[in-house]
Write a protein that binds this ligand. Structure first.
Ligand SMILES: [Zn+2]
Length: 430
């Protein structure tokens, strides 16, 4: 046992010696000291990952004068798989009885089992290497601070936030996303813009070089961590071939955050629940006895009874991805929409001329005609909505309504959008 331990120490000495030699060699000038520091810490802390080490000035509690500011070295320890709060305190060389006391104090207020892998514990060391404070996040709004000076004291404090609005404008040379990143936009905001525009745009086809994107958005800065939290987009505009699409954020009277153009029309277009006129539902979505096979089977769509030849509309803007015979579906069309949705139309008597694979269709455009091809007992349209490859009930589809603002609501929207736009311009060009 002793020999193993001795060998281990010997090996680690050889390795750290070798590492120090290498680092001496490569970091002769700057950073030399820092490198050695980190190597030392890694050995002490059982290879615990130190993601950041920096000096921070932290005011002592209950002090008013700046003389009382103490220089701490703050070590950020990332909790790895298999770590416990105990094992972390052990790796920081705490005595067992101190560990017990610290843990039981914290457990009075907080269940330490809730700490997850990947979270960060900040350890504050004074210039003598004594740990004076440990901090970790209770949740995204609260910090638990364990004071270790003389006696153990626990503080819970809210993180403080500052709110901001920011405006940016850029021209696309590559893609909306990559040029956005180059122009200092956060991926969080870019994802929101893409989902906002996805109701109107097909990113592969519509976005070309020299497309101008202009946006305004809200974010909070957490003072303690410097972390930024991105909130809603207030304004988004995209100009393609001289045509402008504009969205303004507005909270409707029924309390929904939604986006409207200057006319007060909701820019998000829903997928049609009924893609034909004058039809009646003859079979609903769900389990049913199949009219032909007699077996109980999941009916993955809605059937609309209508005379043969009744025109069928595209449920939304999109690209035709299938036209042709498809087993029991008979003559069949499937459209891929921009926002993860697909719609399918079965038992058609015929397709509209010009509808073929790869063709682009607009919502409400005629794509085919009601019939009774495939496994069908009479003329009807079998309509399916597929979201991320799962069938959903078209009649229960929860998509934005495509609301149009009217009356007083329209008046207050107009006031709101003018203010948003004026703020946006002044932030861009001030
Ligand atoms: Zn059906």
């Amino acid at each position: 046992m002793f020999r193993i331990l001795r060998n281990l120490i010997l090996i680690s000495l050889i390795f750290s010696g070798y590492y120090l030699f290498i680092s001496e060699f490569f970091y002769l000038s700057e950073n030399k000291f820092l490198e050695i520091e980190i190597v030392k810490n890694e050995i002490v802390e059982n290879k615990k990952e130190i993601i950041q080490e920096k000096k921070e000035e932290v005011a002592l509690p209950n002090t008013k004068k700046s003389i009382d500011k103490v220089q701490y070295v703050v070590k950020k320890i990332k909790i790895l798989q298999g770590d416990t709060f105990v094992s972390i305190l052990e790796s920081l060389n705490f005595e067992q009885e101190n560990i017990y006391e610290i843990i039981s104090k914290i457990e009075n207020l907080y269940d330490l089992k809730k700490i997850k892998t990947g979270e960060i514990i900040s350890v504050f060391e004074n210039s003598f290497g004594e740990i004076k404070k440990i901090e970790f996040f209770k949740n995204s709004e609260t910090i638990i601070s364990v004071d270790l000076d003389k006696e153990i004291n626990l503080n819970i404090r809210e993180l403080t936030k500052d709110s901001f609005i920011e405006s940016k404008e850029y021209t696309i040379t590559e893609s909306l996303f990559s040029d956005g990143i180059k122009n200092g936009l956060s991926p969080d905001i870019l994802v929101k813009i893409i989902s906002l525009f996805s109701f109107d745009l097909d990113f592969q086809r519509d976005i070309r070089v020299d497309t101008v994107v202009s946006i305004s958005y809200e974010f909070d800065e957490i003072i303690e961590t410097g972390r930024l939290e991105y909130n809603d987009i207030k304004y988004a505009s995209i100009i393609i071939d001289g045509k402008q699409l504009e969205y303004f954020k507005f909270i409707t009277d029924d309390g929904y955050i939604d986006y409207f153009n200057r006319e007060g029309k909701n820019v998000k277009k829903s997928i049609l629940k009924t893609p034909l006129d004058g039809a009646r539902i003859s079979s609903n979505f769900g389990m049913r006895k199949h009219p032909i096979s007699g077996f109980n089977k999941m009916h993955k769509g809605v059937d609309f009874a209508a005379p043969t030849g009744t025109p069928i509309y595209a449920g939304g803007n999109g690209i035709v991805e299938y036209v042709g015979r498809n087993g029991g579906y008979g003559k069949y069309i499937r459209i891929r929409h921009n926002n993860g949705y697909k719609t399918a139309y079965a038992h058609l008597s015929n397709y509209k001329k010009g509808i073929s694979k790869g063709v682009r269709v607009n919502q409400g455009e005629v794509i085919g005609y009601v019939g009774s091809t495939g496994n069908s007992t009479g003329p009807h349209l079998h309509y399916e909505i597929i979201y991320q490859n799962k069938h959903i009930n078209p009649l229960k589809l929860k998509l934005p309504s495509g609301k149009i603002l009217e009356g007083k609501e329209l008046e207050s929207f107009k006031k709101e959008y003018k203010k948003i736009y004026a703020d946006h311009l002044s932030m861009l060009y001030e």
